[in-house]
Write a protein that binds this ligand. Sequence first.
Ligand SMILES: Nc1ncnc2c1ncn2[C@@H]1O[C@H](COP(=O)(O)OP(=O)(O)OP(=O)(O)O)[C@@H](O)[C@H]1O
Ligand SMILES: [Mg+2]
Length: 279
Amino acid sequence: MRNARFLEIFQLVKAYPNPFGEAIRVVDGFDLIVPQGELVSIIGHSGCGKSTVLTMIAGLNAISSGGIIVDGHEVEGPAPNRAVVFQSPCLLPWQTAFENVMLGVKSVYPFASKKDRVALVEHNLALVGLAESMHKYPREMSGGMQQRVGIARAIALQPKVLLLDEPFGRLDSLTRMELQDVILGILDRQHITTLLITHDVDEAVYMSDRVVMMTNGPGAKVGEIMHIDFPKPRDRLKIMEDARFYGYRERLLRFLDDCGHAKEAAKKKPAATPVAAGV
Ligand SMILES: Nc1ncnc2c1ncn2[C@@H]1O[C@H](COP(=O)(O)OP(=O)(O)OP(=O)(O)O)[C@@H](O)[C@H]1O
Ligand SMILES: [Mg+2]
């Protein structure tokens, strides 16, 4: 049965030191519960703390206070059940697509047979459309192809949670749409609980079950949450013709616009009050 509280984030706080050594709560009281298999997008202004939240879930960034539970276990560091895809795939340039994906598979499945590992790597590269190019080096691949390798590398670990931090941010709009569909196609089959950080409201509406709108930092938290009611699998053309698409889009844009005004007003005020160090 689907776990309704698969990923739980409660009262999450991250305090970073400012140049004067004072701890500033960039994120303060971020709460979110994500059911198993749901795709949730997070949008918010640049610098509000989206990547900070995502890297804390990944276990790559220490939590100041609050907690994160994945499938009943508190996050205490990185683990292969949470895979991350960043804006740049950071592939090893001296290794082929196949070898780059194999690297992670080997470390997560050290006891699997070579045959099984090869099958897993080939299967996942085929899923992202690289069946014909898996022995190419990064220099022989376009940015979009390299990001496909990054996605295959993450999916091949068979994670329970997929964390995507603006994975299409550097790609042209056509490649972006192709890769959105690659991810949606994979998730339609594998139902991996997914968080997607994006600045693109159309992408958020097209891909998500829910969109989390984050308030401005410091002290950023969940502002509003919007459910997207389009059925899955998603059909881009049908969605574009649906009046609800424009309603969702408008609500997101309005939220971002209101936050933008708040940001301008905050700039005119004195700096945020620091909190006690070590929070
Ligand atoms: N290691 C760090 N030390 C100090 N401050 C940091 C550190 N990492 C991030 N910050 C600050 O925390 C805030 C949130 O950063 P974060 O990268 O999480 O924002 P973001 O919402 O992902 O922004 P963007 O949309 O531009 O990627 C920013 O003000 C940033 O300067
Ligand atoms: Mg970021």
